[in-house]
Design a protein around this ligand. Sequence first.
Ligand code: A2P
Length: 272
Amino acid sequence: MIKEKTFVFHNGVEIPNIGFGTWQIPDEEAYDAVTTALKNGYTHIDTALVYRNEKSVGKAIKDFPIDRKDVFITSKLPAQTKGFDVTLDAFNETITNLGVDYLDLYLIHAPWPWDERGKDCTKGNIESWKAMEKLYHEGKIRAIGVSNFSEYDIQALIDACDIVPMANQIPFYIGRDQESLLAFCQKQDIVVEAYSPLATGAILNSSEIKELAAKYQVTPAQLCLRYCLERETLPLPKSTHESRIIENRQLNFTISADDMAKLNAIEDIRTK
Ligand code: A2P
């Protein structure tokens, strides 16, 4: 479900509808980037143990004059960490790095280790999920979810566990709209978070996107991010430049149904 400025998970917890992504922001730059994001109104920060920037992200949040409860923090269980006890250990490492006593959202980073992409790790994912359910019931995490999970991977958790994931964070941008996975998640009331919503920058020079952006008097990045919202996905743009950090939250326009149809028909720039 979407409210004006938040999405609402199936347990009622609200998540701000634009997040600040920190993937590929090195630790030494993360403090300034997160501080700049907070200064410019972001209240939702996305990190992961594997990004190796949690300490700086946590310190930036702590040093900023904002209450912990007013910032939504997401982190992720490393993709290779599968199992009950190892999940509890990784969670503790993450909250220690961040210097917090709870997380707003904790995700299984991927269904398989990055170097074994596609491997069926259902058993390990179920064990990790049970550990996350325990942390959720203990109040240490307000919402739990997954990332890079296929329909098959999600269904396996639903069949074996108690809690349906509240979010699935997937690569999603104009040209890569993951239609069947998106429909599956939306049917299950799973919020889809769009990572790499700018295709890590690759689509910003597309002439079609530039033309449409000019029509709406917005930048190509704003068009791409608004597109995510129009598809009911939650974009997580990443930038280390203040002007872009500001621009990426100014999405107060709508894209017409005709133009959405044009954008939906664009091919994935990264596979052309
Ligand atoms: P930078 O960090 O130098 O600003 P994604 O969010 O899809 O991962 O894309 C991130 C990439 O897009 C980064 O290279 C980032 O560069 C760039 N980027 C982010 N916001 C904008 C923007 N508003 N205009 C142009 N490039 C942007």
